[in-house]
Ligand binder design. Structure first.
Ligand code: ZN
Length: 244
């Protein structure tokens, strides 16, 4: 009899738990569509860092460790909102189609080698950074893969990050895995996995196709459903598998 009443009680307890509002669970975060698309005002931390609190704190820990090994982790870009991404898109689209006279579809393909469709950037999340070694003097664009290879100025940075970044929760997103599709290899783009993994899961649970279709920006009239589906599959989801 005693055993039975215990079972009865525990199953009742289990039921009560599942019907409670899930805000009581500290590990379960919910992200709004606005937040996932860079349209919400989120609290960002650190001058010149601009990350969510936990990512900011982890970045500073990593920066301190890198310092003692002679590397100055310098953020080139971190949080970027929807409207900033939209202006990058517009500038490139106009340049390619007007100044360079490219066909709209070719222009779009060229933009999405390195830049995202507004509303789909991981930089909208406050978890992702583009970083280099601030100690190394260099000329021209810094975010080019060659600078992280062979005799490039950021080779020591790359080696340090390969060996240490995971300890602080930071993972490369667009790896040089030859079979990977979508965005090209970006040895500078790191993501704070403890937050970006659940954010990507939340993003995937939304109807991304519909969200993109709702927006208005140049070239959007050339987006077919098939194009957007392959963009989601390749550019959003074909990333370092450790971040899925
Ligand atoms: Zn980036």
């Amino acid at each position: 009899m005693k055993r039975r009443s215990f079972i009865h009680k525990s199953s009742f307890f289990g039921m009560a738990l599942t019907t409670m509002p899930h805000s009581i669970w500290p590990t379960q975060e919910e992200y709004t569509v606005e937040e996932l698309m860079g349209k919400a005002e989120i609290k960002l931390h650190g001058e010149g860092i601009n990350l969510r609190k936990e990512a900011h704190d982890a970045f500073l820990e990593m920066k301190k460790a890198a310092y003692s090994d002679g590397i100055d982790l310098k953020i080139v870009s971190s949080f970027r909102d929807f409207y900033r991404q939209e202006s990058i898109w517009e500038r490139k689209y106009n340049q390619y189609t007007e100044s360079d006279n490219m066909d709209p579809l070719d222009a779009i393909d060229k933009i999405i080698e390195y830049s995202t469709i507004p509303g789909t950037s991981r930089h909208h999340w406050g978890t992702d950074i583009d970083i280099i070694d601030g100690y190394r003097k260099t000329t021209g664009d810094v975010l080019v893969p060659e600078k992280f290879e062979e005799e490039g100025p950021f080779v020591a940075f790359k080696k340090w990050m390969d060996e240490n970044s995971r300890k602080y929760g930071f993972y490369l997103v667009y790896t040089n895995e030859p079979k990977r599709k979508g965005f090209k290899y970006e040895p500078w783009h790191y993501s704070y996995a403890p937050i970006s993994i659940p954010m990507l899961a939340a993003y995937r649970s939304k109807n991304i196709l519909q969200l993109i279709q709702k927006e208005e920006f140049s070239g959007k009239e050339h987006f077919t459903a098939g194009f957007i589906r392959s963009y989601i599959r390749n550019n959003i989801l074909d990333i370092n598998p450790e971040l899925l």
